[in-house]
Design a protein around this ligand. Structure first.
Ligand code: SF4
Length: 379
């Protein structure tokens, strides 16, 4: 069976075309340090060999941008770049990539007096000059602050959808049509709701699907599969990225899992009949990227999962993130949040920061906090 799809418009990204009747593209992201050119080129090529049509690389500074220029020279794979906080770096990276991803939420963090519309205009000019596509990539952890204020804290979907619709409206007004959109969260239910709502409003815009910080296999695969089945099964989605917490040598598994899910949906082998169930322990962990601040991160995520198994029947969400760039924001909705620094792991309970702990101190402290949360829950 072929998946029947929303009639999105075609968007060219390097040698790949997203949307319309083009096949759904599986993509992935490098987790190597961008300035480690050998390792990054090797991972770009390995991901492409595994079936990734587009590979994303994170760039934070001028040194990363210089490395990107060399990476571009050494591989022909279609490349995308993640601007994260630093939209001003776009002119340095655009000559070397085929797509620029910006996160609307991050445009509010710097140059607060400069209107976000001016920043988007700047990105559109840069992308236009270099023949790049754009992805407006919103995460529930980072959206327009005004949209967050407008809605209840329990409503993660409305701020994301409204933020992204504003950006689409502006891109349209600027006559820039070469763009796609993503609306991601670590909860597949939120991903399903947000993408369905967006697709009703703007069915012609290609969608990049993903459950961010899905965690480790097998749980991360299950969360992702549920979201993709519920969306692709209804014709929503033109490209997918599976985000799993995996060590670098196993990173290609993200692509293999994505291809398997697509093949299963096409063959009608669907596994999700119910919405994702959040009444038990839920471990969220980021897929890691070049920003990971200590290589012990993946082991830490695995150890957190093992250590907390005893609380499986309790509705507690624990988030484990690899860096201080996204860690503080992306752990906001967790009951317990950990994010890595070079020598310490930061810990918070709800919104309260508990401190920074050495890598050999963090697990006992986490257990103490989890014990207290479990004890406070009704039997
Ligand atoms: S939390 Fe940090 S290390 Fe993890 S994927 Fe996001 S940016 Fe990369």
């Amino acid at each position: 069976m072929t998946i029947s799809r929303n009639p999105t418009r075609a968007v060219d990204i390097g040698s790949v075309t997203l949307g319309a009747t083009h096949p759904i593209v599986v993509q992935s992201m490098c987790a190597t340090h961008t300035q480690d050119i050998e390792a990054t080129v090797a991972q770009v090529d390995a991901l492409a060999r595994a079936g990734a049509g587009i590979v994303r690389i994170a760039v934070d500074n001028r040194q990363d941008a210089d490395a990107l220029a060399e990476i571009r020279r050494r591989t022909a794979v279609t490349l995308s770049v993640d601007l994260q906080e630093n939209y001003r770096i776009a002119p340095l990276v655009a000559p070397h990539v085929d797509k620029i991803r910006y996160n609307p939420g991050h445009l509010y963090h710097h140059e607060r007096n400069k209107p976000w519309r001016d920043k988007v205009r700047f990105l559109v000019d840069v992308a236009g000059d270099h023949g790049c596509a754009i992805r407006v990539g919103v995460n529930s952890g980072s959206v327009d602050p005004a949209k967050l204020e407008k809605h209840s804290r329990r409503d993660a979907v409305s701020p994301m959808v409204e933020s992204v619709l504003d950006h689409c409206e502006l891109l349209d007004a600027l006559d820039f049509m070469r763009y796609c959109v993503s609306l991601k969260d670590s909860d597949p239910t939120t991903v399903i709701d947000a993408n369905r709502r967006f697709a009703v409003e703007r069915p012609e815009i290609p969608l990049h699907l993903g459950v961010t910080e899905a965690g480790m296999p097998p749980d991360g695969v299950i969360k992702t599969r549920i979201a993709f089945e519920q969306l692709l099964g209804h014709g929503i989605g033109d490209t997918i990225r599976v985000s799993l917490t995996l060590p670098n040598p196993r990173k290609t598994e993200e692509v293999a899992v994505g291809r398997q899910i697509l093949a299963d949906i096409e063959a009608g082998r669907l596994r999700s009949v119910v919405r994702f169930n959040n009444d038990r322990l839920n471990i969220i962990s980021c897929p890691s990227c070049s920003r990971v601040e200590n290589e012990a991160f993946v082991d830490l995520a695995v150890q957190v999962k093992e250590l907390t198994r005893y609380a499986e029947q309790h509705a507690v969400t624990i988030a484990v993130m690899g860096c201080r760039v996204n860690g503080p924001g992306e752990t906001d909705d967790a009951d317990l949040g950990l994010w890595c620094g070079p020598n310490f792991v930061n810990l918070k309970r709800g919104g309260e920061k508990l401190g920074a702990f050495r890598y050999d101190e963090i697990l006992p402290r986490l257990k103490l906090e989890l014990d207290q949360l479990v004890a406070a829950q009704p039997e």
